[in-house]
Design a protein around this ligand. Structure first.
Ligand code: FES
Length: 106
């Protein structure tokens, strides 16, 4: 099972093991990672699962779709690396993924 590392704004690190087919949000939520509230349950309707995906990892996940772009307009501190974790399905290719959380979510 892929390992995913969540890095909070204060550099606190949480490493979890994730199920293939779950979302990055579900991996965080199931492991009680602080800062991923997931208020809408993964329906791409709240932006409380905002994360940053940097570097080569961004190329291994599907591009943002229109709904995700719209919801990110509601999030704080959005950058080119911003994603909604509920829209990122976990695959074997994401083993070792590092996910950073915004300052506004802690
Ligand atoms: Fe609500 Fe991701 S959990 S947008």
């Amino acid at each position: 099972m892929p390992k995913i590392t969540f890095i909070a704004h204060d550099e606190t690190v949480h490493e979890v093991t994730a199920d293939i087919g779950a979302s990055v949000m579900e991996a965080a939520f199931d492991n009680l990672i602080p800062g991923i509230d997931a208020d809408c349950g993964g329906q791409c309707a709240c932006a409380t699962c905002h994360v940053f995906i940097n570097g080569d990892w961004a190329a291994k996940i599907p591009a943002r779709e229109e709904m995700e772009e719209s919801m990110l307009e509601l999030a704080e501190g959005v950058t080119e690396f911003s994603r909604l974790a509920c829209q990122i399905p976990i695959t074997d290719a994401l083993d070792g993924l590092k996910v950073q959380l915004p300052e506004a979510q802690h």
